[in-house]
Design a binder for this molecule. Structure first.
Ligand SMILES: CC(C)(COP(=O)(O)OP(=O)(O)OC[C@H]1O[C@@H](n2cnc3c(N)ncnc32)[C@H](O)[C@@H]1OP(=O)(O)O)[C@@H](O)C(=O)NCCC(=O)NCCS
Length: 205
């Protein structure tokens, strides 16, 4: 890959751009945003709108959605796929990903994150800075594990769920789709009903 298309030009996009430049020195990064608030991000120009697949060659170009909102990231990742773009997986070089773990396309793994043995990460996920995904965890698509959150062994997380910063999920616990876990929370039982949960142990807000 010589070119990386980044959809989104907010704070999270700047983290993804830094990681991509560290992972692939010399990569040309092209940033697109439908409603940019500035004209540059980290010195790179921002193009308004979406990229035209006619202008790119999949042999040299991949694309990723760098937007923290799970629903928006899911929708735009689907659009990229439907438009024929090849999805990138961006992994910061200081992250540890076990050779037996798997990460589907369109996901981002930030600096110092750890993804241990046999863990499975779905498409368009964010494993954010210093998050720990222990052995045998399974995370479905478009989910965000926020900075320094820890999933103990064999935890299951549904799609479009957010595990807040610095929260802890006990081993073997399952958390369903469309759930938000507040920052600094502790989850010790399965959560099956969509909603927002916080505290230690968590309660539904
Ligand atoms: C849980 C969360 C989504 C709730 O946000 P919200 O709906 O705006 O809720 P509010 O701030 O209005 O708080 C509602 C109640 O929940 C409590 N609460 C909120 N977040 C909490 C948390 N993380 N832990 C414990 N209690 C929390 C508040 O104290 C308040 O309690 P009260 O009604 O008794 O006063 C949010 O606080 C949070 O933790 N988000 C995750 C942030 C994060 O990790 N970001 C990382 C991005 S990379």
């Amino acid at each position: 890959m010589q070119k990386l298309i980044v959809l989104g030009a907010g704070g999270h996009a700047s983290v993804v751009i830094d990681a991509a430049q560290a992972a692939w020195p010399g990569v040309e990064i092209l940033v697109f945003d439908e409603a940019p608030k500035t004209d540059r991000i980290l010195g790179l120009p921002i193009s308004q709108g979406r990229p035209d697949p006619e202008n790119f060659d999949n042999a040299t170009t991949q694309a990723i959605v760098a937007i923290g909102n799970n629903q928006v990231r899911a929708t735009l990742t689907q659009w990229l796929e439907n438009a024929g773009f090849k999805l990138a997986t961006v992994i910061h070089p200081t992250a540890w990903v076990s050779p037996s773990a798997s990460i589907e396309q369109g996901s981002f793994v930030s600096a110092r994150a750890v993804i241990n043995a046999r863990a499975k990460i779905g498409a368009a996920c964010i494993i954010n800075t210093a998050a720990v995904v222990e052995h045998d965890c399974m995370i479905k698509k478009s989910t965000h594990i926020c900075p320094s959150a820890t999933l103990a062994g064999a935890v299951k997380i549904g799609s479009q769920t957010t595990v807040g910063a610095n929260s802890t999920i006990r081993e073997l616990v399952s958390i369903a789709d469309n759930i938000t876990i507040g920052a600094g929370s502790v989850v010790i039982r399965n959560i099956t009903e969509a909603g927002t949960y916080a505290g230690c142990p968590v309660k539904q807000l």
